[in-house]
Design a protein around this ligand. Structure first.
Ligand code: GLY
Length: 412
């Protein structure tokens, strides 16, 4: 089913969703276990066949340095990535979530293996994606195991990430590529990497990480947002004056549009910043972003956004289930802090129901991915209407958050 026909199927299922019972989290988790077993069997096959499309794999390595699944390619083959790829930490995180949700040791064993493949990234200072890679894997593992080695990896990773902070700008640098185009690019996605820094201060008592995270969040709040709380994707700063030179998009429809996953990174990012700082400005920011997303006339009734809120051919545009999964997870947390908490929680429940009912892969298909219908980068026609590892990660995180809230437990 492609994205043009998905709309009709969704309409049909929507009425069912509206009257369906509450989500059966145990059943959804059991389904996720089955699918992930399929994935675990597919990974070695994809490595061995070398038919996997590789991202930066060493030529001739026969897939040895491919460590994590990222998506399906256009031929439906499993695409694996090396630890350097920004998505490498999500699959280990999925394995940790299965361990957390089921209590089964077999998932811990798998999670430990896949997490270990990411460790060498702790000294890779060429990217801002440290949080995605190390926090989703080692960070989730540390929360569940208290393993002291994991703690050391988190702290080293925070030290490495901190080297990308530029005091004259007040932010971490996002990308090193496209130097002909941008001087000091910062993308809204970078808000997600602050969790690693906040946590490193909590673990060490060294406030320098926390200060960098706060500076990045404040500078981004000042320059990345429009009056309606929608966010630009890329802000390019002058490194001497710290003044923004360009406000661009990279994965969205246009410089002035609202790329859906970017809005989701912002919602999640400022909610998480409030958790660590209790600064009311971050709470207001998260609430403003939530209002933009949830009141947008182009948000479909099933609450799974098109890839960009201003995509030109809505409703004939692909969805982005990864943005919906992120929104659900963030709204569960925002619901704990906001006077609008009940509404945010109910909305998160609806998003989860919608994803579960209409966006999951049938068991045994799609190489073991959980969710279908995400979009990586529509402008470059890359990963359009496909499964993505981060959609699965935030979907499971949201599912576990809903379970913990029901059981009266803390979210982390
Ligand atoms: N951080 C890259 C993306 O959201 O696609």
């Amino acid at each position: 089913m492609n994205y043009k026909t998905v709309g009709y199927a969704l309409l049909l299922s929507l009425s069912a969703t509206a009257c369906s019972n509450k989500l059966n989290v145990s059943k959804v988790l059991a389904d996720a276990e089955q699918q992930t077993k399929v994935m675990l069997a597919e990974i070695p096959k994809a490595k061995a066949s070398r038919s996997a499309v590789t991202t930066g794999a060493t030529p001739g390595s026969a897939g040895a340095d491919l460590v994590s699944p990222r998506t399906l390619d256009t031929m439906g083959r499993l695409r694996l990535v090396t630890s350097r790829d920004w998505t490498s930490g999500f699959f280990p995180g999925v394995l940790w979530f299965l361990n957390e949700g089921t209590g089964k040791n077999e998932w811990k064993t798998e999670a430990e293996s896949y997490t270990s493949y990411i460790e060498k990234e702790k000294t890779n200072g060429t990217t801002h994606d440290m949080g995605f890679k190390v926090y989703c894997s080692f960070g989730t593992g540390y929360r569940l195991t208290n393993d002291q080695h994991y703690k050391d990896v988190i702290i080293q990773s925070a030290k490495t990430l901190s080297t990308r902070f530029k005091p004259s700008v007040g932010t971490l640098r996002s990308w090193d590529h496209s130097r002909d185009k941008w001087g000091f690019p910062v993308i809204i996605d970078n808000m997600m990497n602050l969790e690693l820094l906040f946590e490193a201060t909590r673990l060490t008592g060294d406030s320098s990480f926390h200060k960098i995270a706060v500076s990045h969040a404040n500078t981004t709040m000042k320059h990345h947002f429009r009056d309606d709380y929608s966010s630009y994707h890329v802000v390019d700063y002058d490194t001497i004056t710290g003044v923004p030179k360009h406000k661009h998009t990279h994965q969205g429809y246009s410089h002035s549009s609202a790329w859906s996953r970017g809005q989701a990174w912002a919602l999640y990012g400022y909610t998480m910043c409030y958790r660590f700082t209790k600064d009311p400005a971050y709470l207001r920011q998260a609430e403003g972003v939530a209002k933009f997303i949830l009141n947008h006339p182009n948000l479909p009734k099933d609450l799974v956004p098109y890839w960009d809120f201003n995509a030109p051919n809505i409703p004939n545009e692909p969805r982005d289930a990864s943005a919906a999964a992120l929104n659900a997870s963030a709204l569960y947390e925002l619901g704990l802090y906001s006077s609008n908490g009940k509404y945010y929680k109910q909305t998160a429940d609806k998003i989860l129901q919608s994803l579960t009912k209409s966006y999951r892969s049938p068991i045994g298909e799609n190489k073991g991915w959980l969710l279908l219908h995400s979009t990586g980068s529509k402008p470059s026609n890359s990963e359009v209407d496909v499964p993505l590892s981060y959609a699965d990660y935030y979907y499971l995180e949201a599912l576990l958050r809903s379970k913990k809230l029901k059981e009266g437990k803390q979210l982390w």
